[in-house]
Design a protein around this ligand. Structure first.
Ligand code: AP5
Length: 218
């Protein structure tokens, strides 16, 4: 299964990716997570990406495409992958097609998660992340038992710097201007699957698995 997840900030891409990558036994590759690890480790890539991420802008394609091309050379993607947060514009989608075509493969599906705007704001305003294991929590929908501490690993929980109101609004603008056009791009390729990402997390996972199974077996 070679899969990309498409959806606005807060649609639940990262949340669903955890379950889908486990279900299909494919690595979850999230460009936002890779940038955040680089930021935490103080690498040149992280330092360069920081200003873009903090203001809700896209990190330049030159940096992002090279990073993804490198990641897709690793041996664990031989039987598939789940890309989350990439591609984010038409150029990135074309670059991904070129990388796959050079490797003699192609995408099986682009899974679009659709969600209402009011829900996006609620989800992002309460999102919490474990600094140690990266597990995502939510203040209201999925709170850790002890405030500030990850149930899974005991790590410290924090709020993402780009989850403040002004930056979320800019990320939503960027999504509709630059990222949403890739929905049409994948529809024209015949690989687009759209599902509603409203409701319980497990309900959405089941919806996604059924839709992907049906599409890939056709
Ligand atoms: P990135 O990290 O990719 O952020 P994003 O696309 O804005 O997506 P999010 O992580 O905010 O949302 P999500 O859909 O994963 O939601 P989640 O599952 O966490 O990118 C960050 C930045 O990096 C970008 O702005 C850019 O600067 C840079 N970048 C990354 N990729 C790039 C690229 N390709 N090119 C250029 N720049 C790039 O869920 C959100 C919350 O809701 C959580 O708390 C969760 O618990 C909760 N939740 C999820 N599902 C449900 C549900 N069904 N019911 C209730 N709560 C739910």
């Amino acid at each position: 299964m070679r899969l990309v997840l498409v959806g606005p900030p807060g649609a639940g891409k990262g949340t669903q990716a955890q379950f889908l990558s486990e279900h299909f036994a494919i690595p979850h590759i999230a460009t936002g997570d890779i940038f955040r690890v680089n930021l935490r480790e103080g690498t040149a890539l992280g330092i360069e990406a920081k200003a873009y991420m903090d203001s809700g802008e896209l990190v330049p394609d030159s940096l992002t495409n090279a990073m993804v091309a490198d990641r897709l050379k690793k041996s664990d993607v031989a039987n598939g992958f789940l890309l989350d947060g990439f591609p984010r514009n038409i150029l990135q989608a074309e670059v991904l097609d070129a990388i796959l075509s050079q490797a003699g493969t192609q995408l099986d599906a682009a899974l679009e998660l659709t969600v209402e705007s009011s829900e996006i704001i609620r989800r992002l305003a309460g999102r919490l992340i474990c600094r140690n294991c990266g597990r995502t929590w939510h203040l209201d929908f999925d709170p850790p038992s002890a405030p500030g501490v990850c149930n899974d690993c005991g790590g410290e929980i924090y709020q993402r710097e780009d989850d403040n109101e002004a930056t979320v609004l800019r990320r939503l603008e960027i999504y509709s201007e630059q990222t949403e056009p890739i929905v049409g791009y994948y529809r024209r390729q015949g690989v687009l699957i759209s599902i509603s990402a409203m409701g319980e997390v497990s309900e959405i996972t089941n919806r996604a698995i059924s839709a992907l199974r049906a599409a890939v077996s056709n």
